[in-house]
Design a protein around this ligand. Structure first.
Ligand code: KIV
Length: 268
């Protein structure tokens, strides 16, 4: 398993960091087998596996449940787990308590928090020994306010984002996810920081890339964001397999001798 320091060193060595989301035992196992450097148990699980229309309904219990399954599927991969909506916004003490609780119960290697409103929680978590990943640009927990669209499109917003990235680094974050921002801005943020940037919809100039498992493998997702390149098609493989199963059961082709125990109890 990579350590936080090794991931930071990868930036210095100009080696790209790979990250994919996983939410359960099989997707974690596949990600580990495929050699991903890191796995993110994203609160996007609210949409990809629970069928909500945003991440807002996702709870601490959901994150803990899915993160533990991922840990079991990928015991030797660096796992980052999202702190869900509402669990760090009321006050810093409650936020810190939830960071510690999720870190301890899930077996995560790092906890991810969105936005710039949690600098004190980042500081105190790192002091307590928890590696923290920050998330700037489009922060899906705030889509009620921002909408699902590219962020930091003006020079003022871009300059603010560069400053925000420096502030999360100063607070102690070990990586920053940059979502849905112009590629040249992501490049500027990347060169302004000593910690790695991990992009999603942020172009090629970041230190690494993260993408949603269900999007790149087309598993249940039917509308892909502009920045997703599909690398597989579980939707068609799954549906055609199920159609064949239905047809073979209806026509009594399944089960056949090869899928039936040979032992008989009663004489014919
Ligand atoms: O929850 C998630 O999947 C994320 C990625 C979009 C980075 O935060």
């Amino acid at each position: 398993m990579k350590t936080t320091n090794e991931l930071i060193q990868m930036k210095q060595d100009d080696e790209k960091i790979t990250m994919v989301t996983a939410y359960d035992y099989p997707s974690a196992k596949q990600s580990a087998q495929a050699g991903l450097d890191t796995i993110l148990v994203g609160d996007s699980l609210g949409m990809t596996v629970l069928g909500y229309d945003s991440t807002v309904q996702v709870t601490m219990a959901d994150m803990e449940h899915h993160a533990r399954a991922v840990r079991r599927g990928a015991p030797d991969t660096y796992v980052v787990v999202d702190l869900p909506f509402g669990s760090y916004h009321v006050n810093d003490d409650e936020g810190l308590k939830n960071v510690l609780s999720l870190y301890q119960s899930s077996g995560a290697n790092a906890i991810k928090l969105e936005g710039i409103g949690c600098l004190e929680i980042i500081r105190r978590s790192v002091l307590a020994g928890v590696p923290i990943v920050a998330h700037l640009g489009l922060t899906p927990q705030s889509v009620g306010v921002t909408g699902f669209k590219m962020q930091a499109g003006s020079i003022e917003e871009a300059e603010r984002l560069i400053e925000d990235a420096k502030r999360v680094e100063e607070a102690g974050a070990c990586m920053v996810v940059l979502e849905a921002i112009p590629a040249d801005l992501a490049g500027k943020v990347t060169e302004s920081l000593t910690i790695p940037t991990i992009g999603i919809g942020a172009g090629a100039e970041t230190d690494g890339q993260v993408i949603v498992y269900h999007d790149i493998l087309q598993y249940g997702s039917d509308r892909l964001p502009k920045f997703v390149k599909p690398y597989g098609d579980f939707n068609s493989i799954g549906v055609s397999g199920l159609e064949e199963y239905v047809q073979e059961v209806k026509s009594s082709q399944f089960p056949d001798e090869s899928t039936t125990y040979k032992k008989r109890i009663f004489d014919k």
